[in-house]
Write a protein that binds this ligand. Sequence first.
Ligand SMILES: Cc1cc2nc3c(=O)[nH]c(=O)nc-3n(C[C@H](O)[C@H](O)[C@H](O)COP(=O)(O)OP(=O)(O)OC[C@H]3O[C@@H](n4cnc5c(N)ncnc54)[C@H](O)[C@@H]3O)c2cc1C
Length: 476
Amino acid sequence: MPPNAFDLIAIGGGTAGLITASGSAGLGASVGLIERHRMGGECLWNGCVPSKALIAAARAAHSIRSAERFGVTAGAPIVDMDRVREWVRGVQDTIAPNDSPERYRGLGVHVVEGEARLVDARTVEVNGTQLRARRIVLATGTRPAVPPIPGLADVNFLTNESVFDLNALPPRLLVIGGGPIGAELAQAFARLGSTVQVIEALPTFFAREDPDIAAVIHERLLAEGIAIHLGTKATAVRQDVTGITVSVTGADGVSRELVGDALLVAVGRTPNIERLGLDAVGVRTDRGGIVVDKTLQTTVPGIYAAGDIVSGAPKFTHAADYMSRTVIRNALFPGSSATDYSAIPWVTYTEPEVAHIGLTEAEARSRYGNTIGVWSRPFAHVDRAIADGDTHGLVKIITAANGRVIGGHIVGPHAGEMIGELTIAVKLKLTVGQLGGVIHPYPTTAEAIRQAAEQRVKAGFTGWKKALVRRLVRRV
Ligand SMILES: Cc1cc2nc3c(=O)[nH]c(=O)nc-3n(C[C@H](O)[C@H](O)[C@H](O)COP(=O)(O)OP(=O)(O)OC[C@H]3O[C@@H](n4cnc5c(N)ncnc54)[C@H](O)[C@@H]3O)c2cc1C
């Protein structure tokens, strides 16, 4: 007889459910994990992993195209989308065993394949069987949002659930949505050979980023031949033998038509909450997903939520991981620990990469006024970036009046690897002076962080300090 009573049941086998289940089982709890489709969730099958594998293939094509400036020629790249798709699948297959039911069973987790629904605050129904647990964790994630554009539902459009299955490159690709997912995929397809147009309703590109940072990636995408229509609304969609036509109204109020062979919709996410039986049990939801308190407990004691399904929480794999660890702590032990999203970084994997931690300059200014410090360094002054021929971008560090690092923003080569250093500074409340004193290996792009931090030291070295040092030097 399979067990039907547990300390904890996690619903959803994406990052949040997997970390909750394995972490809880590792601490000795009896754990059930229910997944309706494929363990690994959105990240492994439709998100981070296939997108980064596709981006790697696109980067290879771009490197071949741009090798000539180094004195190296290789001819025009030939892109075989069937083999690109094979590459992407191969990457997924390599990572998949980490998230497999077999591995989790080996970790002591009772894995059930099926769709779960809450019966009451302690009972879950799956495949017609009722399972009971002292604690239930909702980790059912999100799916692509589909905007109510007239005609869209009648068209064969792509989302992140289908775009990685393409076995032929669309000669003309239209993308509705210029956020991180839209931008990453727009650049990847442009580099593989598609002519790409992005339709973005907001008037600014990468509106969540610092404008100095956003401007660099915006210019780069334009330079790579991607058309970006800002402040432009898609008003209707239709499909015929010529392709897919999107009617748009631009920022100037003028309407026109854009035609593509394929249409990718990347306008945000819809929480998977409808079939969970939440209303009957009293779990409150809103448009963003499940409403939780600071401890990630829902409106029903004993039921928690983690990952993308949580309303208002950052939607990243590492955020899902962090939330799951908080849930484990709060669900299984006395007392509670509150979530703090202030030191969660994020990266957009365009080239150059865009990396973000903490407050932007504008956010810091509105919170602390003009007492803040802004210290930046363009990669054009960094020897490693010059040697690599990759000098687009900058590092920007934001500090409070006492020099404490409260934000860090990088657009440039290896930004995603470098943001860890600024995340440590924000998390551990380091000052920019401490950061400037860290010895970095030469030549690395991370030297840009030290050089930006040194701006603060130089800025403080004026007036009496300078006069005093001059005197001391003359005495020697
Ligand atoms: C194109 C794209 C690229 C991305 N790239 C990155 C990136 O580079 N870095 C990053 O940090 N994040 C990235 N993300 C975001 C990342 O994928 C998510 O933050 C992460 O997957 C959230 O994990 P989760 O466990 O909350 O939800 P999910 O991964 O969505 O998992 C939820 C699981 O619950 C299951 N489920 C739903 N309802 C039920 C039910 N009733 N019963 C049983 N099972 C159920 C689903 O089948 C699914 O497997 C990307 C997302 C997309 C779409």
